[in-house]
Design a protein around this ligand. Structure first.
Ligand code: GDP
Ligand code: MG
Length: 436
């Protein structure tokens, strides 16, 4: 019924206390471990947590969220900032705009080339894919298959083994055939080697691309960071593409790479389907790294909408057993401001599943509000006054029936009973805090 639903929502949303030295130290340790578990480089993790600690100390805690939830939010903000804050688009500039892909073999360059072609084609751009992996004949076929799949032409020269020439010829071909974007797929070795580096460096110098992207497998953890550094030292690339984020990887590589090379991550690739390409959003990645479900949006919405003073005032009234219909109405308003009740409950970790089949109807509030609004101010503050004849009047005035009024009175009485019991318990055990 409604009061248990409200009760559940309140219990999770309300917490008390503040962020102190002690709970920060413990939490920071947990966070550091979580970051390292998510593949974040230890040094980077330490820097991050030091900053978080500084940020968290002495923060006022909102009545409407627990210190743990607030802490999560602080960490999340910090991670988002560290990964660049805003999403960054690739630069499409030049006639044609040239995009050069670099990275180790197996990192997902060719797959990404196909995905990027599909992505740009959707934006109504004419695209040319260029096969510059001259060492493996199968690589050309692989790109051709992908090109066909996404409906984009592939340029290849089977006999030519010089990637610089092929790239130049392809760009010339693009100009003549009105292709606005050229994506150059290159060869990679299983490990960084001098010949490969020299080769891609030459290509870059020869064609001066608008974007040089470094493609890296996010499952490779620490190696990803080292590879990124080596490539960046040689190529000074413009952005990073993280692939294979559909696996177990929690994305810590994103944080480490960003911190080490200071270049934006522009895309994430999450599967073998040609549509499985996304822009990189630092905030979403922060959520993924934290693995905290939607606590973040819950806290954000609570911060935006919950009136802290109001929450304090109501808390006081509950403690003094003075909770009345005005307060009840105000709580309903607060909850409604936070959006769809079912969504809201669903965002609480662990609750989403439990509440999946429970019917929470936002319209359920309507008759309740109508009844309360039909009360005189005196009746609202002293619900005891509501005898039979007054209840009949309320039913009439609110367009409900006496049954609904009686139900509401019963629910309200139950709520007050629970509050009184809570107060008694807290008096014996010392503080509401123990309650939670
Ligand atoms: P390249 O050597 O850098 O060109 O890498 P490929 O594009 O050929 O990819 C190597 C392997 O990884 C292939 O089997 C791809 O299907 C696979 N792959 C590429 N990107 C992804 C991705 O985002 N997720 C998954 N699960 N597999 C991928
Ligand atoms: Mg390839």
């Amino acid at each position: 019924n409604l009061s248990t639903k409200l009760d559940r929502a309140f219990k999770t949303l309300k917490g008390q206390g503040s962020i102190t030295e002690i709970n920060v130290a413990a939490t920071v340790k947990e966070i550091r471990r979580a970051l390292v578990d998510a593949d974040v480089n230890y040094k980077v993790a330490k820097e991050v947590t030091d900053k978080i600690k500084e940020e968290a100390m002495g923060r006022d805690v909102l009545i409407s969220v627990s210190p743990g939830q607030l802490m999560t939010k602080i960490v999340y903000d910090e991670l988002t900032q560290l990964m660049g804050g805003e999403k960054q688009d690739i630069v499409i500039k030049g006639e044609p705009a040239v995009i050069l892909l670099s990275g180790l073999q197996g990192s997902g360059k060719t797959t990404f080339a196909g995905k990027l072609a599909a992505y740009l084609k959707k934006q109504n751009r004419t695209v040319l894919l260029v096969a510059c992996d001259v060492y493996r004949p199968a690589a050309i076929d692989q790109l051709k298959v992908l090109g066909e799949q996404v409906g984009v032409e592939v340029y290849a020269e089977v006999e030519n083994k010089n990637p610089v020439d092929i790239s130049r010829n392809a760009i010339e071909y693009a100009r003549k055939n009105n292709k606005k974007v050229v994506i150059i797929d290159t060869a990679g070795r299983l490990a960084v080697d001098e010949q490969m580096m020299a080769e891609i460096e030459q290509v870059k110098r020869a064609i001066n691309p608008a974007e040089t992207l470094f493609v890296v497998d996010s499952m490779t953890g620490q190696d990803a960071v080292n590879t990124a550094k080596t490539f960046n030292d040689r190529l000074n690339f413009d952005g990073v593409v993280l692939t294979k984020l559909d696996g177990d990887s929690r994305g810590g590589a994103a944080l480490s790479i960003r911190a080490v090379v200071e270049k934006p991550i522009k895309f994430i690739s999450t599967g073998e389907k040609m549509e499985a390409l996304d822009m990189f959003y630092p905030d979403r990645m922060a959520q993924r790294i934290l693995g905290m479900g939607d606590v973040i949006s819950l806290v954000e919405r609570a911060q935006q909408q919950f009136d802290e003073e109001e929450a304090k005032r109501i808390n006081q009234k509950i403690r003094k057993n003075q909770f009345n219909f005005d307060d009840f109405l105000s709580q309903l308003e607060q909850i409604k401001k936070m959006g769809n009740l079912k969504d809201l409950v669903g965002m609480i970790p662990g609750m989403g599943k439990a509440m999946k089949d429970v019917e929470i109807d936002d319209n359920a509030f309507k008759p309740i509000e109508a009844i309360i609004k039909s009360m005189t101010p005196q009746e609202r503050s002293q619900p005891e006054l509501l005898n039979g004849s007054r209840r009949r009047r309320l039913a009439k005035g609110s367009g409900t029936d006496i049954q609904q009024v009686n139900n509401l009175m019963k629910q309200f009485e139950d709520m007050r009973k629970v509050m009184r019991t809570m107060n008694k318990m807290s008096q014996t055990k010392g503080g509401m805090q123990q309650m939670a």
